[in-house]
Design a protein around this ligand. Structure first.
Ligand code: SF4
Ligand code: SF4
Ligand code: SF4
Length: 289
């Protein structure tokens, strides 16, 4: 059987040689935030039965891989999947599949539409070439189910509460519920420690009299997280930015990374070598200082 390899596809990545000798490959697919519709699921089932082993592997980043595919069939399988809206994944030094929770479309705690933001990041940046692999995570609230602190660029939904004194009955529910101990009731007033508040909005949802209301909502950004052999938790860059600013910061982050990274250097290592303050200065506008 002659090998018909599409080198453009190989360059993008996602076509991974298996450990078995021969021409078996594991084909990684582009799944955004773990979301698949029924047509895509049927197409994946058909593809693995036709070209693979009949099984599908769910990756640690909500992706899907079809293994045991002979390289001669990889192109044909990818073409068929593309017709059903399932596209080739990425590996190597580029933006990898975007992980996300369902956010406020489904989760009662969701503060943002995490799926929408994940989709927009995928549309703008998926497989963009960078000095090394680059991982995004979008999580709907500070519960952090999608572990934004373990990703190169983590986005978290946030909500800023505002106290409306005239509605308050001083029942104490918000004080006992606040997960960070940021609320104190003293002398018929409420004090909130902004340094402790993690912008979760629990005080708003627990208050029976609407004495806590939403002042603002936005995105908190974490940068430089990674796991692997030398894990490091991300650093909080900024809280409560709006969507436009979020995408400006991503663009500036990529510019900074490309300008400053040594070959193959992970983003966190670039930040540590060049200095977090220098990075911060290059991506935040003066409005944030
Ligand atoms: S991070 Fe928040 S919104 Fe997302 S799944 Fe977890 S609890 Fe729900
Ligand atoms: S839960 Fe509402 S009513 Fe009760 S103390 Fe807090 S703000 Fe006041
Ligand atoms: S938003 Fe969350 S952390 Fe902040 S004061 Fe309210 S309950 Fe506490």
């Amino acid at each position: 059987m002659s090998k018909k390899i599409n080198f453009e596809r190989l360059k993008l990545g996602g076509i991974l040689p298996q450990r078995q000798n021969g021409d078996l490959y594991s084909i990684r697919l582009r799944i955004v935030g773990g979301q698949l519709n029924s047509n895509q699921l049927r197409a994946l089932a058909d593809a693995t039965e036709k070209y693979g082993s009949g099984e599908i592997h769910i990756t640690s980043r909500q992706g899907v891989e079809i293994s045991y595919v002979p390289i001669d069939y990889a192109d044909k399988m990818l073409d068929e999947l593309e017709n059903s809206g399932v596209h080739q994944g990425a590996c190597g030094p580029r933006v990898r599949g975007i992980v996300s929770c369902q956010g406020n479309r489904v989760c009662p705690r969701g503060l943002i539409d995490a799926e929408y933001i994940a989709g927009k990041i995928d549309e703008k940046y998926f497989a963009k070439n960078l000095p090394s692999k680059f991982k995004f995570a979008v999580t709907g609230c500070p519960a952090s189910c999608m572990k934004p602190q373990e990703n190169d660029f983590g986005i978290m939904g946030s909500i800023e509460p505002k106290w409306v004194g005239e509605n308050c009955t001083f029942c104490g529910l918000c004080e006992s519920t606040c997960p960070t101990d940021a609320i104190k009731i003293e002398d018929n007033t409420i004090h909130i420690d902004r340094d402790k508040c993690n912008l979760c909005g629990d005080c708003i949802s627990i208050c029976p009299t609407e004495a806590w209301i939403k002042a603002n909502s936005g995105y908190t950004i974490y940068v430089g997280g990674k796991v692997g052999r030398f894990p490091k938790l991300a650093i909080k860059l900024i809280e409560m930015v709006e969507e436009d600013e979020l995408f400006k910061i991503i663009d500036k982050t990529f510019n900074f990374y490309k300008e400053n990274a040594q070959p193959d250097e992970r983003f966190r290592n670039t930040i540590d070598r060049v200095g977090f303050d220098n990075y911060k200065q290059s991506v935040l506008t003066q409005d944030h200082d």
